[in-house]
Design a protein around this ligand. Structure first.
Ligand code: ADP
Ligand code: MG
Length: 255
C-alpha cells in the first residue's frame, strides 16, 4: 500500500509570547494515510487536531519529527494539498463562480478550457444555478459546498478538512456527509478529515485515528469495515453505533 501522508514522532509547540508559557500541542504523533483513502482524526476539544492538520498543510512549522507527502518531507504549503476551513472562507464581494476560480486565477493558470471542469465541479457539489450568487445569499451548508468546490478547483491530491460541517444544522449536515462520500468516490482524492463528531468520522472514513488529550498523540486507530457506497441508512445503523461506542471508549479511557 502506498502511503500518501506519513507522520513520524511529530511535535508542535506554540511559542509563548512575552510572559506566556509555550503550549505543547502535539507530541509524538505517528500516523499513515494511504493514497486515495478517507481518514478522520477525532479527539477531545483542544487536543491539537487543527494544529496537526495545519502542519500537514504546511501552514505551521513542526518542532520535531517529520511529515512526508509522497515520501518527501513537506517544507510549506503546496498545490498538492488544499485546506477546507471550519467556517466558509469565501470572499464576500465575489460570486460563487468567482470564488471557486479565484485560486486558479491567483496561480495564473485559469484557462477558459478549465471552465468545463469547473462547471462539472459545480454540478458535483450541488451548486448548479447558484454560480452567480454572492456568499451572503447562500445558506451555511451551501457556503460550505462552495468552499469545498474552491478547494477542489486547484485539483490537489490531498484534501484537508477541518470540521467543515460543524456549524450547519443536523439535517443539512447529514446530506453534506453523504454528498462528500460521493465526491470522494468520484475524485479519488486522499482525504484527511478532522472532526469531534465521532459518528461523522465513522460514517465517512476507511480509518478513524483517535488523538489523546493535549499534547496530542495517537491513542487508537480503528479501521471502519462498512460497505460503500454508504447511505443515510448506514448512518443510523447498529454497526455504526458500535464503532462510535468503541471510539468513545478510547477517548474516555485511553491507555
Ligand atoms: P483542536 O482543533 O483539537 O480543538 P487546536 O489544535 O486548535 O485543538 O489547539 C490545540 C492546543 O493549542 C489548544 O490548547 C489551544 O489553546 C492551543 N493553541 C491553538 N492555537 C494557538 C496559538 N496560536 N497560540 C498558542 N496556543 C494555541
Ligand atoms: Mg479544531
Amino acid at each position: 500500500m502506498t502511503h500518501k501522508i506519513t507522520a513520524r514522532d511529530v511535535a508542535i509547540v506554540y511559542r509563548g509570547k512575552l510572559d506566556r508559557e509555550p503550549v505543547l500541542a502535539c507530541h509524538g504523533v505517528d500516523l499513515d494515510v494511504a493514497e486515495g483513502s478517507f481518514v478522520s482524526i477525532v479527539g477531545p476539544s483542544g487536543c491539537g487536531k487543527t494544529t496537526f492538520l495545519y502542519a500537514v498543510d504546511g501552514l505551521l512549522p513542526i518542532n520535531g519529527g517529520e511529515i512526508c507527502v509522497n515520501g518527501k518531507p513537506i517544507t510549506g504549503p503546496g498545490t498538492d494539498r488544499a485546506l477546507v476551513f471550519q467556517s466558509a472562507s469565501l470572499l464576500p464581494w465575489r460570486t460563487v463562480w468567482s470564488n471557486i476560480t479565484y485560486g486558479l486565477k491567483l496561480k495564473g493558470n485559469f484557462r477558459q478550457a478549465q471552465s468545463t471542469r469547473i462547471d462539472s465541479l459545480i454540478d458535483m457539489v450541488g451548486l448548479r444555478g447558484f454560480e452567480q450568487r454572492f456568499p451572503s445569499e447562500l445558506s451555511g451548508g451551501m457556503q460550505q459546498r462552495a468552499n469545498l468546490a474552491r478547494a477542489l478547483a486547484v485539483d490537489p491530491d490531498i484534501l484537508l478538512l477541518d470540521e467543515p460541517f460543524a456549524s450547519v444544522d443536523a439535517q443539512t449536515r447529514e446530506k453534506l456527509q453523504v454528498d462528500l462520500t460521493e465526491i470522494w468516490a468520484r475524485t479519488k482524492k486522499t482525504m484527511l478529515f478532522v472532526t469531534h463528531d465521532i459518528a461523522e468520522a465513522v460514517f465517512l472514513s476507511d480509518r478513524v485515528i483517535v488523538f489523546s488529550a493535549r499534547p496530542a498523540r495517537v491513542s487508537a486507530i480503528v479501521d471502519i469495515e462498512m460497505a460503500r457506497p454508504r447511505s443515510l441508512e448506514t448512518k443510523h445503523s447498529v454497526r455504526l453505533q458500535e464503532y462510535v461506542k468503541q471510539i468513545w471508549h478510547w477517548i474516555e479511557s485511553p491507555t
